[in-house]
Write a protein that binds this ligand. Sequence first.
Ligand code: PLP
Length: 381
Amino acid sequence: MAFKLGMSSPDLAPGDIELVHQVLQTPYLSMGPMIESFEKEWARFTGTRFAVGVSSGTAGLHLAVIAAGIEPGDEVITTPFSFVASSNVMLYQGAQPIFADIDPKTMNIDPNQVEDKIQARRAQGGRVKAILPVHVFGQPCDMDALTELARRYDLTLIEDACEAIGAKYKGRDVGTFGHASVFAFYPNKQMTTGEGGMLVTDDPEYASLFRSLRNQGRDENGTWLHHIRLGYNYRLDEMSAALGLAQLRRIEELLVKRDRVAQMYNQRLARMERVRTPYIAPDTTRLSWFVYVIRLDPSIDRDAVMQTLEQNGIPSRPYFACIHLQPFYRERFGFREGDFPVTESVARSTLALPFHNNLDESQIDLVCETLSQALMSRTAS
Ligand SMILES: *Cc1c(COP(=O)(O)O)cnc(C)c1O
């Protein structure tokens, strides 16, 4: 079949490409004026005092975990329903991710489960130091409850906002609740730099530490061969920063386009039997559409549905797979099926459909009609 839809696709305007070209006509390909502007405008966009560009969202999360003072043997409460990076960053520090199960509707970490885990670990002498919630699929977590838990138990709060650029909880931007928060710009995100990420914080000490850590542990002035701590090369280059800056200047347009595509899906799928369209929590004043994920009734054979879609040139993905059931996590920590029942049942039900800014009505029609046919012929026995 010649026709093939993409799962995701960046939205690049001529002006975005032009700004990258401009960088290539200067000698400044790293640590130049583009990253400075990108950081300044990003801080204004999220409403934080500081923004620090890094080479990926994962790099940003790693630095946030280091800044929180997470050391070997420490524990960080996080969600098993996420992209694996949000949990791997604890392992980079020799620390332990402690998973808490999720809310079945929002698919975000459940604050009651978080509190149970904090109390259980502390009762057993565990060293819980931080909470790392993930705003899954662009829907903000229950930040009132999580902020209160962080305060009550004296924990650092790190927001993984990598899927939630521009999302708002009770009118307030995600990324402004945590001691540090991280956004990401991989090409499937709401906006892209190719590879890249952004740390935000209101704490000047964190900001200066992030600048040092991303730059091989150099001091604030970036003195050439003078290293005051163990650092990394997590810098964001100028071409990437230029693309990010141009995309950020169009972010409202990008988010509105994504919302339009999501609404087209919502309209067509609202009455489809045994399919649930994405849930939006009452406290979510803006969901930032990252992907479009439907939930299938357990009576449906998801693999067969995916196969039928694929045969018609339509890709789809189960999204996410549980982190605790990844081979590496099973081996290292001995996790088994049944450990996090809500996460596992949600993970069995999800299906991400093709989603990007420039899908048109006829393409959405095709996806929805093919899905409808696949559902009729593919019921689990
Ligand atoms: C995209 C993403 C990241 C960061 O990914 P990078 O590819 O390293 O930029 C982290 N956490 C979540 C939940 C993500 O979706």
